[in-house]
Design a protein around this ligand. Structure first.
Ligand code: HEC
Ligand code: HEC
Length: 444
């Protein structure tokens, strides 16, 4: 499926290109001067009325095109606990294919844990014996993060990552988790917290450099860089190539085969009548689209949403999570959170930065009641003005909006299977995070 040629014109898998052409065809078929569209046809009416869109081409960074060997290497790194300071946690621990590349937990559980997803239990650092706390935020899915928008809201290889948007792009994000004590670092590196955090990336690179299979695989994944470096030289593994490999894998985890997508591409029956009703409500009476605009169902803006706070909180106010302000340290950004994508939201409960809502119906009712129950420190004046008024949805309408959200589900049905499975072995020889494994993936 994945094209391994680097020429810009050949970057995209043929099927996706085909879908893009089909989309252009369909869109042009819906233009005013078209004879193929009937204004009476309720289906085409929804498509044009709301300018419904599917995902376009993946926005690749100029220096990180989709190279097959790079994607495969990134996958191995992603599942390899060698990244964890105490070698007990991988990216997949919290973003696991069994759980739609999230973990289905209210709060993420990293270092020192045993078990996976909702069943994971934390204990103490195996190195220091000190307790390890839960991460004070919920794990978002990695699915479709390739399309996260930048400050303009447009899909970008510099798309905003995290609930507070503190990293721009998957490459920039990929060095973060290994430095966080409770996520991946643990108490493996000496010194103060700041010293250990600074040492994390160098330590992980040194570990990867000590594994001959990784040296070989980095050479294959980065042929241009390898040209000036002798075979077997660990210098081919550096922080720039490490983050590019992980991001190359994540960027392919795009799901564009939801009922919604099939509907937009012309299958009138992909949505049932309740979902079509929910779609109309989503775009009009319930006003969801003002922030959750297609094709990602997010405009990637920062919004004071009023979500009630649970969990340990971040730094600005002890016990609380101030959202964007945690990154900018600007009080104007207090309690503003990045609008998340709603693709696959059915599969990634619980919801919000602190996983406070358990069901989609609960989220819709929160809006229907004018952002209630609300964070106790957020007044009506502070709340985003679009969220202040109750929506007046009937119970059937609440259920219809939730039914429409379930039409955004595609657990990777059109992706190459190996991207979705846990490798049987990883180059470190450590046990990969368990789950469904691909029988062929252990071979070199
Ligand atoms: C202990 C669990 C845990 C581990 C391990 C972990 N993450 Fe995360 N990840 C999270 C949480 C929690 C967030 C949200 C944090 C925030 O917003 O402050 C997150 C956010 C992200 C995001 C941003 C998604 C978005 O749309 O904003 C990406 C991408 C990501 N992680 C990738 C990775 C990669 C790559 C690794 C391994 C290098 C990794 N994660 C390891 C828990 C984890
Ligand atoms: C004014 C902007 C805005 C509007 C309007 C809005 N949302 Fe959101 N939505 C957000 C923000 C911001 C968050 C994240 C808040 C947080 O984490 O505390 C969010 C989170 C969500 C989530 C949780 C996603 C996840 O992965 O946890 C769902 C589901 C959701 N919204 C659905 C809806 C629906 C349905 C509507 C219409 C009834 C709606 N939203 C209207 C801004 C908005």
């Amino acid at each position: 499926m994945i094209n391994n040629q680097h020429t810009p014109k050949n970057r995209y898998p043929a099927t996706w290109l085909g879908m893009g052409i089909l989309l252009i065809f369909l869109l042009s078929g819906c233009s005013d001067d078209s004879t193929t569209t009937s204004a009476e046809d309720p289906d085409s009416n929804l498509r044009t009325r709301f300018n419904l869109q599917t995902l376009g081409e993946i926005p690749y960074p100029p220096d990180n095109p989709p190279v097959q060997e790079r994607i495969a290497l990134g996958r191995l790194i992603y599942f390899d606990p060698i990244l964890g300071g105490e070698k007990d946690v991988a990216c997949a621990t919290c973003h696991h294919p069994n759980f739609a590349f999230a973990d289905l937990r209210q709060f993420a559980a990293g270092v020192s844990g045993s078990g996976l997803g909702p069943n994971r239990i934390l204990s103490n650092s195996a190195v220091s014996g000190a307790p390890i706390e839960l991460v004070p935020r919920s794990s978002p899915t990695v699915f479709n993060t390739a399309f996260n928008g930048d400050e303009t809201g447009q899909p970008s290889h510099r798309g905003l990552q995290f609930w507070d948007g503190r990293r721009a792009g998957l490459e920039e994000q990929a060095s973060g988790p290994i430095a966080s004590r409770i996520e991946m670092r643990g108490d493996a590196y000496p010194g103060t917290n700041a010293e250990a955090e600074a040492a994390a990336l160098d330590s992980v690179i040194a570990r990867l450099r000590a594994i001959p299979e990784y040296i070989d695989r980095f050479r294959l994944a980065f042929p241009e860089e390898a040209a000036g470096i002798p075979a077997g030289d660990p210098a081919i593994i550096d922080s720039a190539n490490y983050v590019r490999a992980i991001a190359a894998y994540e960027r392919e985890l795009v799901t564009r085969n939801s009922a919604y997508d099939r509907y937009v591409l012309g299958d009138d029956n992909a949505l049932n009548s309740q979902q079509k009703h929910g779609l109309e409500l989503f775009y009009e009476k319930a006003k969801c689209v003002e922030c959750h605009s297609s094709p990602m169902f997010s405009n990637f803006s920062f919004v004071v949403h009023g979500t009630p706070q649970e969990g340990g909180g971040k730094s600005v106010i002890p016990g609380d999570d101030c959202g964007r302000e945690e990154h900018t340290l600007n009080a104007d950004d207090r309690y503003a959170f990045r609008v998340p994508s709603l693709r696959n939201v059915e599969l990634t409960a619980p919801y919000m930065h602190d996983g406070v809502f358990e069901s989609l119906e609960e989220v819709v009712r929160f809006h229907n009641d004018g952002a209630q129950p609300r964070h106790s420190a957020i007044t009506d004046e502070m709340l985003d003005e679009r969220l202040r008024e109750p929506l007046g949805l009937t119970n059937d309408e609440v259920l219809a909006v939730a039914a429409f959200l379930r039409a955004l589900t595609d657990p990777g049905t059109a992706l190459p299977a190996y991207l979705m499975t846990v490798p049987q072995q990883v180059p470190s020889g450590l046990t990969p995070v368990f789950g469904v494994s691909d029988p062929g993936s252990g071979k070199k």
